[in-house]
Ligand binder design. Structure first.
Ligand SMILES: *Cc1c(COP(=O)(O)O)cnc(C)c1O
Length: 452
């Protein structure tokens, strides 16, 4: 009986899986924020290289991974798949729990899976500098890592509340050679405007995205890179699920339940899309696929399925997604990477079509699950990943009640080695379980753009 299921380096996928090829109906197109008309490639060209724009809009099922990218992915891929036997024993569950471990990448999460190809395609297009935002700092350090490997410059606008909670993430970006600025900042018009109105704001991903897009649009040597949400980001993350499916097949398993935490939706897309494809195409129609989010930022469970901006200033295209409103500023919970008002349009469509389900948890129960996981499996997970741990534990406990021997697979998106101030706050009883902020959400949803 294996604990760790490993693939050879040659088994790193040679192509990404594009779920757009298998959707029962096409995605609603992104709309230009000025004209309200469907976006054309030229609209995105000032901030993205053409190859990423092509991938964003592609309906080709399988998109080859360049050899130069696979070569760098070898630094940590294929990532291990674990059977969480000690957790199973602790829970006294008949379920078999597997997790894909993305914390083995140098920056410590799944995010380099897309940072590397994004930096690569920008480098190929002659771009010298990338600007981006980061929530908990995982994306900023991943893009800093990627740009270092391609000799590019990188500026990261980091959400203020996380900048204060996780100072070592900033140091990590510095080691990789990137510049990290707390957001909102006076460096951009979007940041200055927020600072003037709300000097004490904890910041938000929506604000930081506005700053990074403004920075990139204003300089000819600079492009923008986004760590989640967009179709090409979800595409690059499918290496997670493609490898996991292979690894499970090596032990003659296929998951009954697939779980991932959801901020913008990219690590969830990564683990889930290959299995969602099997579900849509009838190969495995019964698989339960579940995205998990914080109750304090309940995009999928309480948001509207509507067109909205990706950022607070309304600089990005309008995308049809679940949204809490682009100017919703979530409470400063410790899973900073899950504080986003929207979600990937692809994930949103799969929820809307009933392929994928969603649930939410409070911070304290999530940290309790993370501590149980650390004390059984040893790994100290990121607060974001702990949402998936909690959902997997609940699914396994449900099996204890029903006696079902389900195969549960979850994505363990990253380690918590820079998150000890959050664990400390949990043990000190200082974590607040914010109730669903109904008034705030009603207010921000009343600002949704009018479309059509
Ligand atoms: C950024 C991050 C997330 C959330 O982002 P998604 O795009 O939803 O995956 C989850 N887990 C970790 C460890 C992260 O760094």
């Amino acid at each position: 009986m294996q604990t760790k299921i490993l693939l050879d380096e040659d088994a790193i996928p040679k192509a990404w899986y594009n779920i757009q090829a298998d959707l029962p109906s096409p995605l609603d197109p992104p709309l230009h924020p000025g004209t309200g008309k469907p976006v054309v490639p030229g609209d995105l060209a000032p901030i993205f290289p053409m190859e990423l724009i092509r991938q964003e809009m592609s309906t080709q099922r399988s998109i080859p991974i360049p050899d130069e990218v696979r070569d760098i992915l070898r630094l940590w891929r294929p990532s291990p798949l674990y059977r969480a036997r000690r957790l199973e024993q602790h829970l006294k569950t008949p379920a078999r729990i597997y997790f894909k471990w993305e914390g083995v990448s140098p920056p410590g999460s799944h995010k380099p899976n897309t940072a590397i190809p994004q930096a690569y395609y920008n480098m190929k297009a002659g771009v010298e500098r990338l600007a981006t935002e980061t929530g908990a700092g995982q994306w900023g350090s991943s893009l800093a890592f990627a740009t270092a490997l391609f000799d590019m410059e990188c500026t990261v606008y980091m959400v203020r509340s996380s900048y204060d909670q996780k100072p070592y993430r900033k140091s990590m970006m510095q080691v990789y050679g990137a510049e990290c600025i707390p957001s909102p900042s006076p460096r951009t018009a979007a940041g200055s405007k927020v600072l003037a109105e709300h000097p004490d704001t904890p910041g938000s991903l929506g604000i930081a995205i506005s700053e990074a897009v403004e920075d990139a649009a204003g300089r000819s040597d600079t492009n923008y890179a986004l760590g989640s949400v967009l179709n090409h980001v979800c595409l690059h993350q499918t290496v997670i699920g493609l490898e996991a499916r292979e690894q499970l097949a090596m032990v003659d398993e296929y998951p009954d339940t697939v779980i991932g935490c959801v901020g913008g939706g990219s690590n969830f897309a990564g683990i889930a899309f290959p299995f969602a494809g099997d579900k849509i195409t009838g190969k495995h129609p019964e698989t339960e696929i579940l995205g998990v989010e914080p109750t304090a930022c309940p995009t999928m469970t309480k948001g509207l399925y509507a067109y909205d901006y990706g950022d607070v200033a309304g600089l990005t295209p309008l995308m049809r997604m679940f949204t809490l409103g682009h100017d919703f500023v979530p409470p400063a919970i410790h899973a900073g990477g899950l504080r986003y008002h929207g979600v990937s349009p692809l994930v949103a469509k799969l929820i809307h079509d009933g392929v994928v389900g969603a649930s939410s948890y409070h911070q304290n129960e999530v940290f309790e699950a993370a501590v149980t996981f650390a004390r059984t499996e040893g790994i100290i997970v990121a607060p974001e990943s702990a949402h998936a741990v909690k959902a997997a534990i609940d699914a396994a406990l449900e099996c204890r009640r029903t006696g079902e021997e389900r195969v549960i697979l979850f994505n363990n998106s990253g380690h918590g080695n820079f998150d000890f101030s959050s664990y400390e706050a949990y043990f000190a009883g200082r974590l607040i379980d914010y109730e669903y902020p109904a008034d705030l959400i009603r207010e921000s949803l009343s600002h949704l753009p009018k479309v059509g």
